[in-house]
Design a protein around this ligand. Structure first.
Ligand SMILES: Cc1cc2nc3c(=O)[nH]c(=O)nc-3n(C[C@H](O)[C@H](O)[C@H](O)COP(=O)(O)O)c2cc1C
Length: 188
């Protein structure tokens, strides 16, 4: 089973990366093929609302990495979207991915049907629930099954290396990975 994690943070190898690696680590232990794409350094344009994607099964604009990202999302059995909390929500980079993926899959129905979704957020102090909600709204609008943990999948930290010290956050990420693996095994 293929699992794709997309990391919306603008900081490469920061706290969000550490948390996504924990989730993916559990999935790799269960034999899943995992990939972690960090969006840091990329500018992803917002949806242009042209609806030219209808019948095309991808965005028609190829001037950033979105087309490749979207193809990988549609090939994955599970998609984990992670973001640092920016202004009490996902990063604008991840939001652009969500906007465009939503429109392409609206105009080409069923492309995410029965995939598993997992949401991950990192925050210094507040706003992470919105981050989780924004991601879950995407999954739930696309016929996906959302995996949960023993708490919302949030870890606390500001500087790189801080979130990994959040013991409860770390436990939640590992648990999320195990729950995604369980769900994928049931669905085989
Ligand atoms: C543009 C920007 C906006 C931020 N907004 C918030 C916020 O609303 N709430 C919060 O708790 N932390 C906020 N932070 C802090 C980050 O969420 C925090 O540093 C996080 O650990 C960064 O994760 P990363 O290392 O994966 O980038 C913000 C940071 C930046 C750069």
């Amino acid at each position: 089973m293929k699992v794709l994690a997309i990391n919306g943070s603008s900081r490469k190898d920061g706290n969000t990366a550490d948390m996504l690696n924990l989730v993916l680590g559990e999935l790799a232990k269960e034999g899943c093929e995992t990939e972690h794409i960090q969006l840091a350094g990329n500018i992803i344009a917002p949806c242009r609302a042209c609806f030219a994607c209808a019948g095309k099964r991808n965005c028609v604009f190829g001037d950033d990495i979105f087309q490749e990202l979207y193809r990988k999302m549609t090939e994955a059995d599970a998609i984990i979207l992670g973001s640092s909390t920016y202004s009490a929500d996902v990063s604008s980079t991840l939001k652009a991915v969500i906007e465009r993926a939503s429109v392409v899959s609206d105009t080409n129905p069923g492309m995410f049907r029965h995939k598993v979704g997992g949401a991950v957020a990192v925050t210094r102090r507040a706003g992470a629930m919105n981050t989780i909600d924004t991601i879950n709204h995407f999954f739930l609008n696309k016929e996906m099954f959302v995996a949960g943990s023993t708490y919302w999948n949030i870890a606390y930290g500001r500087l790189p290396g801080e979130a990994i010290k959040d013991e409860e956050g770390v436990a939640n990420m590992k648990n999320l990975g195990q729950n995604i693996a369980w769900l994928l095994n049931q669905m085989k």
